[in-house]
Design a protein around this ligand. Structure first.
Ligand SMILES: C[S@@+](CC[C@H](N)C(=O)[O-])C[C@H]1O[C@@H](n2cnc3c(N)ncnc32)[C@H](O)[C@@H]1O
Length: 246
């Protein structure tokens, strides 16, 4: 598959954003089902883990950016009923599915580009994301925005896939390249989208590189854990209370 920015005369970042928005617009209706099948039903547990690690004050404010159908935001509301939860995304079709889901009406939905967030500085106690980062062309800018909207002492938690490595890597790559696109065709009705998704994982940042991007944005206490045969990574980072804290 040629890089998507070869098709149009646009800056790569704009073209990728268009491509990503159109793709999630197409698959929105089957997105949750496909996730449940691809992860053998474990995705809900991982989203609950994101919320537990974000540990917002029970009456604080949490932003789920790249929220899609709102899986993490809904888990946050379920765990902290008085938490002010904002789910933001740039694909309206994904948010429309989330709004209709149980509990979806009890939070705010916001059309927003993660690279230029429409929120004041220091607005949120926690910022979380699930499977967003590999869809953007500028992770440094993405994390700088999340840093800006977090309160000092606030936490970022980022869940994403990570390029396979280790002895199982060939098997996992085969699964990504052959099995997932087939499942995408049968269940999701869109082979192209489910070719892009594993491909974007293969070429994505290793956990160390993602952590380095967080450090460049100003975060401290950056750590990560991998799981699911090393195919998923959860990064946790803190905005320092005073500048210069390490
Ligand atoms: C793989 S889905 C993840 C949805 C949800 N976070 C989850 O855990 O299932 C990625 C989402 O990121 C959104 N997205 C990608 N790039 C974005 C950007 N620059 N600004 C806002 N949303 C973006 C897409 O529209 C899509 O809904």
């Amino acid at each position: 598959m040629p890089p998507i920015h070869q098709h149009l005369d646009l800056p790569p970042s704009e073209e990728k954003a268009r491509f990503v928005r159109a793709m999630f617009g197409r698959i929105a209706g089957r997105y949750d089902l496909m996730n449940a099948i691809m992860t053998l039903g474990r995705d809900r547990r991982w989203r609950r883990r994101v919320v537990a690690l974000a540990a917002p004050p029970p009456e604080g404010r949490l932003l789920d950016i790249g929220a899609g159908t709102g899986g993490i935001a809904l888990a946050a509301r379920a765990r902290f009923p008085r938490l002010d939860v904002v789910a933001a995304d740039f694909t309206p079709e994904m948010m429309a599915v989330g709004r209709r889901s149980p509990g979806g009406h009890r939070m705010s939905w916001c059309a927003a580009d993660a690279l230029t967030l429409p929120f004041a500085a220091a607005r949120f106690d926690a910022v979380v994301s699930g499977y967003l980062v590999r869809n953007v062309t500028a992770p440094d800018r993405l994390f700088a925005e999340q840093f800006r909207v977090l309160k000092p002492g606030g936490r970022l938690v980022c869940l994403d896939t990570t390029p396979p490595r280790g002895p199982l890597a060939p098997l996992i790559r085969f699964h990504f390249k052959r099995i997932i696109p087939l499942m995408g065709q049968w269940v999701g009705g869109d082979r192209g989208a489910y070719t892009y998704l594993p491909e974007s994982t293969r070429t994505f940042l290793a956990p160390e590189a993602l952590a380095a991007s967080l450090v460049r944005a100003g975060f401290v206490q950056v750590r990560w854990q991998t799981f699911m045969f090393g195919t998923m990574a959860l990064h946790i980072a803190v905005k320092p209370v005073a500048s210069g804290e390490a």
